[in-house]
Design a protein around this ligand. Structure first.
Ligand code: ACO
Length: 397
């Protein structure tokens, strides 16, 4: 077989040719550099994650989610005045137009909140339809609007499906405290808001993962930022990506007690079934975000009383690491985040929408970076179908 030729799948066909013989076919583009980016860096062997060069541990400890978004999107930490201005703009755009709320009232209450969020993000494009991608003020207004309104959308859908009224955002609360307040209809403790803010920071960016790639592909067509975010939300929704944190709790619920863990893990391995919250395409050690989230979970449980799943999660981590550590399978970001969110009173199907709100920081940074050096994404394919078939009349099929 010649270089660039891939195996024939149908003997009736000619050999399938790779149109770029020097570029081997990589399903899922695994390991193929698709962009050049200055936004974040991951070292999967060392367990290192940096945003704009700053280790995520330092940001989770010292920064705030809004400051991290500024850092990701504009490339540097803001001065106090820059941060105050940005925070104040985001704070004052948290409300939703009544027509968006009316639209949300028509959503089926059993629909998944990720679908509601995707629809709402896309709908913003209807309400703010001016598009001026070369105008820095337009970029900033879109960033502010999306960061400000997406938490309100998540909380509003959550309340409306229970038949409750929406909760008006509170301008006197920080981003994280207001988000929790709208979700739970109750002002959170300072500690709960701090931990939730750190969770948002830890989920804000992670190089060119599936949803970020989706955002960049959509951005490369020069569509509006609401379409960019809607496509990224749709991509994040899948269980192999952001949807896993919701499934982690279902799994812990299903396992139930520590004595069932070994049998559960053995059964998953025997059936080649993925254990949710474990494994990562890049990290071959424990995900650094899982390390910080576990610490935050401990702090929260110490302050607010233990968690019924925490000991089970620790034992599951030990068992999976024993059995699958040789393959580099350790907890990822989704493993401990669900435990924290559940303890904060958040329903499981909102975990991924919260992830989406956090990841807005990264998506918007990639949108802006893509616009800076845009070239529309247009990969090639290896055609493996038929050629020159005759059209069969209906009666003969
Ligand atoms: N449980 C059991 N085995 C696993 C797991 C897991 N969670 N993840 C990978 N493996 C095994 C595979 O069975 C495979 O074994 P084999 O070589 O014997 O066939 C090997 O490890 C490699 O697996 P791949 O699926 O090829 O690894 P990939 O890099 O594609 O997977 C992924 C990454 C999709 C995250 C995977 O680990 C997974 O599905 N995990 C569970 C879902 C999850 O937690 N997703 C959240 C990821 S983090 C995020 O997106 C925010």
């Amino acid at each position: 077989m010649q270089v660039g030729e891939v195996p024939v799948q149908n003997p009736a066909q000619n050999p399938v040719q790779n149109p770029m013989p020097d570029v081997p076919f990589k399903p899922g583009l695994e390991g193929v550099p698709a962009v050049q980016s200055k936004i974040s860096h991951v070292d999967g062997q060392l367990g290192l994650l940096e945003y704009r060069g700053i280790p995520v541990e330092a940001l989770a400890e010292n920064s705030s989610f809004v400051e991290v978004c500024y850092l990701l999107i504009w490339g540097t930490l803001p001065t106090q005045t820059e941060l105050d201005d940005f925070e104040s703009e985001v704070r004052h755009h948290r409300r939703l137009k009544y027509r968006i709320r009316d639209m949300m009232k028509c959503f089926p209450e059993r629909g998944h909140p990720m679908d509601a969020l995707q629809s709402c993000a896309a709908a913003l494009g209807l309400f703010y339809s001016r598009r001026a991608l070369d105008d820095p003020e337009y970029i900033r207004a879109a960033v502010v609007r999306l960061l400000a309104k997406m938490p309100t959308m998540v909380a509003t859908f959550s309340l409306m499906r229970k038949g409750h009224d929406w909760v008006m955002p509170r301008d006197d609360l920080s981003y994280a405290a207001n988000f929790l307040y709208m979700l739970n209809e109750e002002e959170p403790s300072i500690e709960a808001a701090r931990i939730f803010d750190a969770c948002l920071i830890l989920h804000a960016e992670h190089t060119i993962n599936a949803s970020t790639f989706s955002a960049r592909v959509t951005a490369s067509t020069l569509t509006d930022p609401y379409g960019v975010v809607a496509s990224a939300v749709g991509t994040l929704a899948g269980p192999l990506h952001g949807g896993a944190n919701e499934e982690v709790l279902e799994m812990l619920e299903y396992i139930g007690t520590a004595d069932r863990i070994e049998a559960y893990v053995d059964q998953c391995i025997a059936n080649r079934q993925k254990i949710m919250g474990f494994g990562h395409r890049v990290y071959k050690v424990k995900d650094p975000r899982a390390v910080i989230l576990q610490k935050l979970a401990c702090e929260l449980f110490e302050k607010q009383g233990g968690d019924r799943f925490y000991d089970l999660a620790i034992k599951l981590e030990e068992t999976v690491s024993d059995r699958l550590g040789g393959k580099g399978i350790y907890p990822n970001v989704d493993f401990y985040s669900g435990l924290i969110y559940q303890h904060l009173g958040i329903p499981a199907d909102l975990f991924t929408p919260i992830f989406a709100v956090a990841r807005l920081g990264g998506w918007l940074a990639h949108w802006k970076e893509q616009l800076g050096e845009n070239r529309i994404f247009r990969p090639t394919q290896i055609y493996t179908g038929h050629h020159g078939l005759a059209y069969e009349p209906m009666a003969e099929r």
